[in-house]
Design a protein around this ligand. Structure first.
Ligand SMILES: C[S@@+](CC[C@H](N)C(=O)[O-])C[C@H]1O[C@@H](n2cnc3c(N)ncnc32)[C@H](O)[C@@H]1O
Length: 321
């Protein structure tokens, strides 16, 4: 393809993307403003040839391209410029990033930049630090904002466990909901430092809100030995992790029964565990778990901005012990 045909193609795709995004923004803007929700999704690969994801962050745009080997470097800036123009966003508030499609989590979590700049976003009456530039993920997964509300509504007086806690958004909601204690576990030092920042940002005290920078399975063994007990938990693992489990890397499809069994051993009768996965071809194998109820609640946890016929961003279950 010569340069002029390429330009025309980019202009056409940019127009299509900008139209979609503008329409969705108009549709969602007021509703989210009423709820004081500043982070929401505007586009996720809805048009097959436009392999982009567009998120709104209180006037900032974070635009990703699902890359593959033949990606042309000019494509993403062209899409960014078109969307920014349509929503009247200045260039310094547009953040572009490549998302390697289909690669394992280790690669996807690789650092992209070193700005170390975090901005504060509101979600209802809570606030979270996000970093729009340095990593593929910004620090806040907005597809779980309804699940966070469910956790908050159940949290009063509970001892809450947040496994694979990342930046601690679930922990902040549980603490705000009146949890008696929270425990947050992540193997990443960056994530644990970020949880601490988010707790402070929301005036949640250190006391009673414990952070463990540890591999999940090491934590679970230790927690069992120490007789730790929880009555509310969130388990939201990556699809794959390079933590060795019996000699293998963790794979959520194969290993979720074992993971959940170990968590359930720490939980009291009648308590609730939310389990979520982003794996696109997840096959549930929870039939033998020693629990009293398992209900898939994906239709309740997917927010309006993530409703799509083509793709389910996550699946989620409420498990009653
Ligand atoms: C999908 S994110 C979890 C999102 C989080 N639940 C939230 O709502 O923001 C996955 C997290 O798991 C962590 N992680 C990956 N493998 C781990 C392991 N073996 N043990 C503990 N944490 C791990 C990563 O550091 C990352 O923060």
């Amino acid at each position: 393809m010569d340069d002029s045909t390429l330009d025309e193609k980019f202009i056409h795709q940019g127009d299509m993307l900008a139209n979609r995004v503008k329409k969705k923004y108009k549709h969602l803007r007021k509703q989210f403003a009423r709820e004081n929700i500043e982070v929401f999704r505007l586009y996720d690969w809805d048009i097959p040839e436009i392999r982009a994801v567009v998120d709104w962050y209180a006037g900032h745009l974070v635009i990703g391209e699902y890359t593959r080997t033949q990606t042309v470097p000019e494509w993403l800036p062209a899409m960014g410029a078109a969307v920014a123009k349509a929503l009247d966003v200045p260039p310094e508030m547009v953040h572009l990033k490549e998302r390697r499609y289909g690669s394992r989590d280790g690669k996807r979590y690789k650092r992209l930049d070193y700005t170390d700049k975090k901005i504060v976003m509101s979600e209802r009456d809570l606030k979270f630090y996000v970093n729009p530039d340095d990593y593929v993920d910004t620090g806040l997964f907005s597809d779980h904002r309804n699940t966070r509300m469910m956790v908050r509504d159940m949290a009063k007086g509970k001892d809450f466990l947040n496994l694979y806690c990342y930046t601690g958004a679930f922990t902040c909601y549980a603490a705000k909901g009146g949890a008696r204690s929270t425990v947050s576990v992540d193997r990443s030092e960056t994530a644990i430092a970020w949880v601490r920042e988010n707790l402070r940002l929301n005036d949640i005290q250190d006391e009673g809100n414990t952070l463990f920078q540890e591999h999940t399975f090491a934590f679970l063994k230790k927690a069992k030995a120490r007789d730790m007990r929880f009555n509310l938990a969130v388990v939201d693992p990556p699809s794959f992790s390079t933590t060795r489990v019996s000699g293998y890397d963790f794979d959520v499809v194969r290993d979720h029964p074992m993971l959940l069994t170990m968590v359930i051993e720490l939980m009291t009768a009648g308590s609730t565990l939310f389990f979520s996965t982003n794996h696109q071809n997840f096959e549930s194998n929870m039939g033998n778990l020693p629990v009293s109820g398992i209900k898939e609640i994906t239709s309740e946890t997917i927010p309006v901005d993530y409703e799509s016929k083509k793709k389910t961003i996550h699946r989620c279950w409420e498990i009653t012990i």
